[in-house]
Design a binder for this molecule. Structure first.
Ligand SMILES: O=C(O)CCC(=O)C(=O)O
Ligand SMILES: [Fe+2]
Length: 282
């Protein structure tokens, strides 16, 4: 039975991916993929009237207005959909050596997520709740299959993908750099009995050997103390990796917080119970 699954604690994410549920699995999914009731897709649904993350038009003539919209989205949601971004046009106009440099950059990591149809989507998740550990993620998703859910004010909001948009989200390292002004927000992926889904993720990560800490201009004690100690991305990933290899990756949540800082954060801005930079809060 378990041979229909190859989902494991996939690196680089401290998440469990259920991405190889083949149709041959029959009508039920293996026990180990059945989530606790509180983690199932139906939990915490139906946010107060909100039904999508912000959409930001990157082609607005007033660059300041665009910057304000992006900043507000990063503060309030940690997520936005960028439309009219011109990324491909700009990219393909670059000289070949620039394009190659992008492609070979160690700072980018590309991941393809495939979510097959699942016979019992209400019991499991394609990707368990997590925040992205790196700097920033850009996602390209199938615009007619939903699945990505973002936590906002304690509710799971299902993202309604806009055609040709990039879904952009803040990772833990930008939360650290911004001293938690910008949020690395929990998200997860549901699966469907009717449709398979594909997404392409580009992870933009910082250099892994330089200590990252809140930017000095965003630290002003006592009102705004530095919320995170300096830590390299390598060190940060090591904490996550060690936790993952303990075979409890699916129980990441509070345990991850404990693994990183010794105790669950007493009071963080979000109601997050998952791995995130908030777990580094002093
Ligand atoms: O497939 C998606 O929409 C999101 C995947 C994701 O969260 C990730 O790869 O980190
Ligand atoms: Fe993610």
């Amino acid at each position: 039975m378990s041979s229909c699954f190859n989902g494991g604690a996939g690196w680089p994410e401290p998440v469990v991916r259920v991405q190889a549920v083949s149709d041959s699995c029959g009508a039920t999914i293996p026990e180990r993929y059945v989530k606790a009731p509180s983690e199932r897709p139906s939990s915490l649904g139906g946010g107060g009237g909100l039904n999508n993350i912000p959409v930001v038009d990157m082609s607005m003539p007033d660059g300041e207005e665009t910057a304000r919209a992006v900043a507000a989205a990063c503060r309030e949601w940690g997520f936005f959909q960028a439309v009219n971004h011109g990324v491909w046009r700009g990219f393909f106009q670059q000289p070949m050596e620039v394009k190659q440099r992008y492609g070979n950059s160690p700072a980018t990591y590309e991941g393809v997520n495939f979510y097959p149809r699942c016979p019992q989507p209400e019991l499991t998740l394609g990707v368990a709740s997590h925040s992205d550990p790196g700097g920033m993620t850009m996602l390209l998703v199938d615009d007619h299959v939903r699945g990505l859910q973002v936590k906002n004010a304690g509710h799971w909001i299902t993202v309604d993908p806009v055609l040709d948009a990039f879904i952009v989200n803040i990772g833990d390292q930008i939360q650290v750099l911004s001293n938690a002004v910008y949020k690395s927000v929990e998200h997860r992926v549901t699966v469907s009995a009717a449709e398979e889904r594909l997404s392409l993720a580009f992870f933009y990560n910082p250099r892994s050997d330089l200590p990252l800490a809140p930017m000095p201009e965003l630290v002003a004690p006592p009102a705004r103390p530095a919320l995170y100690p300096p830590m390299t991305f390598d060190e940060y990933r090591e904490h996550i990796r060690r936790r993952g290899l303990s075979g409890k990756a699916q129980l990441q949540s509070q345990q991850m917080a404990t693994a990183i800082c010794g105790a669950p954060p007493a009071a963080t801005a979000s109601s997050s119970s998952s791995s995130s930079a908030s777990s580094l809060a002093r």
